[in-house]
Design a protein around this ligand. Structure first.
Ligand SMILES: CC(C)(COP(=O)(O)OP(=O)(O)OC[C@H]1O[C@@H](n2cnc3c(N)ncnc32)[C@H](O)[C@@H]1OP(=O)(O)O)[C@@H](O)C(=O)NCCC(=O)NCCS
Length: 188
C-alpha cells in the first residue's frame, strides 16, 4: 500500500472513495446528461465495480481518480484525477487526467479547480514528464476544461477501440501537457 495522496483546494477535497460515495456515484453513472458522451449509462452493479476499481488503484498507488468533496457542502460531487488507461490505446502508455461531475455541480469551476490540483500532484509528486487527456471529439465541454488547464491539442486524434465504428463517439481528440509547459504556466 502506498502513502495516500489527497490534495485539497480552496473549495474541494480530492480523497479516497468511501462506501457512502457509491450511491452518489451510481446517480452520476445513471445520468444521461453526465453520460452523454459515453457509449451508455451504467447500472448500479457496473457503477459499483468502477468505483471499487478506482478505490483499489488509490490503495495500490496512492493516487488515481479521486472522489471530489465540496468541502462543508457536499461529500461527493464527482471524480477527478489521474489514471493509467486500461485499454491499449494509441496514446498508451500514458497517464491521463479525467473528470466526471454530477450535472448540478457544473458551471462553477469545480472540475478545473480539482484538475489543477491533480496536475500538481502529477508533476510535483509523481514527477511525470507529460499528462494527456482525451475525449470524444464532440465533447466540447470537456475540451474546454483541457484548454483552461493549458493543455494543447495539435490535431492529434484516434478512433477509440472500445467504441463501435458507427458511433459519433468513435473519434477522440488528444490534448497534452508537458511538465515543462506546466512549470512555465502554473508551477512557479
Ligand atoms: C466535463 C465537465 C467536468 C465540465 O464541467 P464544467 O462545469 O463545464 O467545468 P468547470 O467545473 O471547469 O466549470 C467551468 C464553468 O464554470 C464557470 N464558473 C462559474 N463560477 C466559477 C468559478 N468560481 N471559478 C471558475 N469557473 C467558474 C466558468 O465560467 C465555466 O463556465 P462555461 O463553461 O459556461 O464557460 C462536466 O461537463 C462533466 O462532468 N461532463 C460529463 C462527463 C464527461 O464528459 N467527462 C469527460 C469525458 S472524457
Amino acid at each position: 500500500m502506498m502513502p495516500l495522496i489527497e490534495p485539497t483546494t480552496d473549495r474541494l477535497l480530492l480523497r479516497q472513495w468511501r462506501d457512502d460515495d457509491f450511491d452518489a456515484f451510481a446517480k452520476l453513472s445513471a445520468s444521461s446528461v453526465a453520460m452523454e458522451f459515453f457509449p451508455k449509462c451504467l447500472g448500479r452493479e457496473e457503477s459499483d465495480v468502477q468505483a471499487e476499481k478506482y478505490r483499489q488503484r488509490i490503495i495500490n498507488q496512492g493516487w488515481g481518480f479521486w472522489a471530489v468533496e465540496l468541502r462543508g457542502v457536499a461529500p461527493f460531487i464527482g471524480f477527478v484525477g489521474l489514471n493509467r488507461p486500461d485499454a491499449s490505446l494509441p496514446v498508451s502508455p500514458c497517464v491521463e487526467i479525467g473528470w466526471r461531475m454530477l450535472p448540478e455541480y457544473w458551471g462553477k469551476g469545480y472540475a478545473t479547480e480539482a484538475a489543477r490540483a491533480a496536475l500538481r500532484v502529477g508533476f510535483e509528486q509523481l514527477e511525470l514528464e507529460e499528462i494527456v487527456s482525451f475525449t470524444a471529439t464532440i465533447n466540447v465541454r470537456s475540451q474546454r476544461v483541457m484548454q483552461r488547464l493549458g493543455m494543447q491539442h495539435d490535431g492529434e486524434k484516434f478512433d477509440h477501440p472500445l467504441v463501435p465504428d458507427d458511433s459519433p463517439l468513435k473519434e477522440h481528440v488528444v490534448y497534452r501537457l508537458s511538465r515543462e509547459r506546466w512549470l512555465q504556466n502554473e508551477g512557479a
